[in-house]
Ligand binder design. Structure first.
Ligand code: PLP
Ligand code: ZN
Length: 379
């Protein structure tokens, strides 16, 4: 069943739908779970957990080989730290987990054309999976999106529409156009969130069912954060793990609505003004699933922290010295770890995993600009 987060109205999951009649966002309540003993016989990746992903007929599965990403141990800031290299998914970002499940459901619903809006990575990911599924994709992006991300979307054969103004103007334009084409928004789709749960399942397996004390993730729309919380909740309910890891959400100081809501004890996230930031993928002035995001942070005894662009770029360079190349948005999470360790919230001896969400190859144009302005390899 698809259940409205606002009025609790339930809808059958066999009918295409992305929103409740009341305007609320939908969540899939899925009591189904995989069996731990079945996993040994299955290949790695998102679909080894297929029972938990809400697809009725396996013939509808749209997969490009997402998930099964490595956990790399490094001495980050001199403390043992595990990096989840989720940017190694097929399109260069973790969004492929969500796109694989969402496009599978769209195929199951016999949808033939979709609209999505994105700051770049979700658009590229959905364009790729739509191409593989034979579904026509119309992807709306802000005019300011990195040229590399725009080109990637076009390369997958999607119809690319650039909208002047803010990320919010882009979302508005897409929703207007979606009156007669299905709105397959990663910020609204309950199935996109379901795909994110597989990051939790995978981490649990990589930690031999004893998850780390902390997991850090960048947070904009909050799909990864909420997906991790849902996934670990499934594992707790199934008795596969005994303890919920604490979730630390990292935002840009230039756009921090989740931080403000958390700090003031609010139940929902209000829109904030934002300034330009290198962390474009988390520059979301008002996340759709605000209440669910705050619940994920509080129920896991998590925290929210902000980082500025200098810290982000320093961290991009610092990770490079470990052989790891991520885009600035992804570097926000490890930059947040440095801050939380300095503040004594996370201790050097705590077991910590960081979700690294986007490949540096996505942002080569920005890295070139950064080196032109600051000199290469100064860190
Ligand atoms: C989309 C994105 C994020 C933010 O994820 P949300 O699920 O919207 O919070 C973080 N990092 C990268 C690289 C992204 O593309
Ligand atoms: Zn409703």
């Amino acid at each position: 069943m698809l259940v409205c987060s606002t009025c609790a109205r339930a809808f059958s999951a066999t009918e295409p739908r992305w929103q409740c009649n009341c305007g609320g966002y939908l969540l899939l309540n899925s009591p189904a779970m995989f069996r731990r003993e079945d996993l040994a016989q299955r290949p790695g990746g998102v679909w080894r957990y297929c029972e938990a992903l809400g697809i009725q007929d396996p013939a509808n599965i749209i997969s490009l080989g997402e998930g099964a990403t490595p956990l790399l141990d490094v001495p980050f800031d001199g403390c043992f730290t595990s990096l989840k290299l989720d940017y190694l998914c097929p399109t260069g970002s973790y969004k492929d987990r969500g796109s694989s499940v969402m496009l599978s459901k769209l195929k199951e619903w016999r949808i033939t054309e979709i609209i999505e809006d994105s700051s770049g990575n979700a658009g590229a990911s959905i364009a790729a999976y739509a191409a593989f599924a034979g579904i026509r994709a119309n992807i709306y992006i802000p005019e300011s999106t990195s040229p590399g991300k725009a080109a990637q979307i076009q390369l997958y054969g999607a119809n690319l529409i650039k909208i002047p103004g803010t990320r919010e103007n882009t979302a508005q334009a897409a929703r207007q156009a979606a009156s007669d084409i299905f709105y397959a928004s990663h910020n609204w789709s309950p199935y996109f969130l379901v795909g994110m749960k597989t990051a939790a399942y995978e981490l649990a397996e990589q930690y031999f069912w004893e998850p780390p004390d902390w997991i850090l993730t960048p947070a904009g729309g909050g799909s990864l954060l909420v997906g991790l919380h849902f996934g670990f909740t499934d594992l707790l309910n199934a008795g596969f793990i005994q303890k919920m890891p604490r979730l630390a959400a990292v935002q840009s100081a230039s756009c921090d609505p989740i931080y403000r809501a958390w700090k003031t004890g609010s139940m929902d996230v209000s829109e904030t003004e934002k300034k330009p930031t290198a962390a474009e993928g988390i520059s979301v002035a008002k996340p759709v699933r605000g209440a669910t995001i705050l619940k994920a942070i509080r129920e896991s005894r998590g925290v929210v922290v902000t980082v500025n662009d200098d810290a982000v770029w320093n961290t991009v360079e610092k990770l490079g010295k470990h052989g790891v190349y991520v885009e600035p948005t992804a570097a926000a999470a490890p930059a947040g770890l440095t801050r939380l360790r300095e503040a004594g919230v996370i201790e050097c001896g705590d077991r910590v995993a960081i979700m690294l969400t986007g490949s540096g190859l996505k942002a080569t144009d920005k890295v070139v600009e950064h080196f032109a302005a600051n000199g290469a390899g100064r860190a």
